[in-house]
Write a protein that binds this ligand. Structure first.
Ligand SMILES: C[S@@+](CC[C@H](N)C(=O)[O-])C[C@H]1O[C@@H](n2cnc3c(N)ncnc32)[C@H](O)[C@@H]1O
Length: 418
């Protein structure tokens, strides 16, 4: 007789059929509840979580002719969500929410600095799987839905997220955040506004985006974002930072937006990292263990043969490189070796042909990065679990933030603003 109960049972086909709901938040509710079991935030998820727990216990008892009690189930599920590589720090000093969470790049960095995540949202099923394997929590789904937003608790300090960049249709910059309606930034602004209106304003907003946001729609997109945050009562600073200046051998430029409540008599400066000669661009004491790196630092020993690209693919890359060169538009593909200072940017499309980053090999065609190397290239620790296919893993790490950059910026936020 099976006596184990697991979060995965909420995915069981028969169980799902019995309780069809438009938006199934059950796994998110239960895991958020369990994760906050030892602190006050638990109350926020309690009513629904207990209801779902009783549902699954009743279902298990009927299906498997058991006589299982909810308390035992609760203990087993608690063990499951806490027994992960990156549990919540025990003595946390601030709380945050993780929006557009992907695979938790923000979460890793903020947890490392003593933060507790109290809510997370991400709608991609594969990213959710990776997230739960590492943090024990299943993110809520579509952040534009009221059924998701209603679960965001009050009283947290930081909202973070890398939202997809979209143009704003009305660039009149007159109506404040109403101008952003219909975009995902609107939902970020809406959450900030709701917390302000109900008397629990969020201290800090920490956003990341592609460098292109700066010139997107002739600069109007970024301007609208900054203006909106100002209207909501925040001071704002933005900066483009490159991962290669933060101990990562990757040329990855991203824009960072930091906003904090006005009238707090506080100011904020970004860390700028170090350059390749280990010359410090920013004050040394403000750097957290950043050292210069080379591509060799992220490579693994003896990668499987399957990562070496085929003759056909390689010939295609070489042909396209020649065509690009003739047209004078770039190199087509980018290969590096272990002594190279850095790779080009890994993007979500890396899984397609790997042309952005190929590793040269002696007497062989070049090879793609392995998923573990892609993780290393974004600063994920070796104990980070990759529970998905190679293609999904490339997409996830390509979409992710570079963890050490987030950590260096948040280290400053924490010192200067929190
Ligand atoms: C650029 S990625 C962010 C990656 C993340 N910062 C990380 O470190 O992995 C943007 C994420 O937003 C998610 N997303 C887009 N629209 C969403 C929505 N309406 N609700 C929830 N998640 C959404 C995408 O699935 C994607 O994973």
């Amino acid at each position: 007789m099976k006596e184990e109960i697991s979060i995965d049972e909420f995915d069981g086909k028969k169980f799902k059929i019995r309780f069809v709901e438009e938006e199934d938040n059950r796994k998110a509710v239960i895991t958020h509840y369990l994760h906050n079991y030892h602190n006050g935030v638990k109350k926020h998820y309690e009513k629904e979580a207990i209801e779902y727990l009783n549902q699954i216990v009743r279902y298990k008892n009927e299906e498997e002719e058991l006589n299982y009690v909810s308390d035992v189930a609760l203990q087993q599920l608690l063990f499951e969500v806490e027994n992960v590589p990156f549990p919540t720090p025990e003595n946390y000093t601030f709380k945050f929410i993780d929006l557009f969470a992907g695979i938790g790049g923000f979460r890793l960095a903020l947890q490392n600095l003593g933060g507790k995540c109290v809510f997370t949202s991400e709608w991609d099923e594969y990213a959710k799987k990776t997230y739960r394997a590492n943090f024990g929590e299943t993110p809520f789904g579509d952040i534009t839905k009221e059924s998701t937003k209603s679960f965001i608790p009050d009283n947290f300090n930081v909202l973070c997220g890398g939202f997809p960049c979209q143009p704003f249709s009305n660039a009149g910059l007159k109506k404040g955040f109403e101008d952003t309606r219909g975009t995902l930034f609107f939902d970020v602004a809406d959450i900030i506004n709701r917390k302000k209106e109900n008397g629990n304003p969020i201290d800090i907003i920490f956003l990341e985006n592609v460098k292109g946001l700066k010139n997107h729609d002739k600069g109007k997109t970024l301007k609208t974002i900054v203006k909106t945050l100002n209207t909501l009562g925040y001071e704002v600073k933005t900066e483009t930072l490159n991962s290669r200046n933060f101990g990562i051998p990757q040329n990855r430029e991203r824009i960072f937006i930091v906003a904090w409540l006005k009238n707090k008599n506080k100011d904020f400066n970004f860390p700028l990292g170090i350059n390749e000669k280990e010359e410090i661009i920013y004050k040394k004491e403000d750097l957290i263990n950043i050292k210069t790196t080379k591509v060799r630092d992220i490579l693994i020993k003896n990668p499987e043969e399957k990562y070496t690209i085929s003759d056909k693919l390689y010939a295609g890359h070489i042909r396209r490189r020649k065509e690009h060169k003739e047209k004078g538009n770039g190199f087509g593909f980018s290969s590096v070796n272990e002594n190279s200072q850095y790779t080009s940017t890994i993007s979500a499309r890396y899984y397609k042909d790997g042309s952005e980053i190929l590793i040269e090999q002696k007497d062989l065609n070049p090879r793609k990065l392995t998923p573990r190397e892609a993780a290393n290239l974004q600063g994920y620790p070796s104990k980070y679990i990759i529970p998905v296919s190679d293609n999904q893993a490339y997409k996830q790490f390509g979409n992710s933030v570079s963890v050490p950059v987030i950590q260096a910026v948040f280290n400053e936020i924490k010192k200067q603003l929190l």
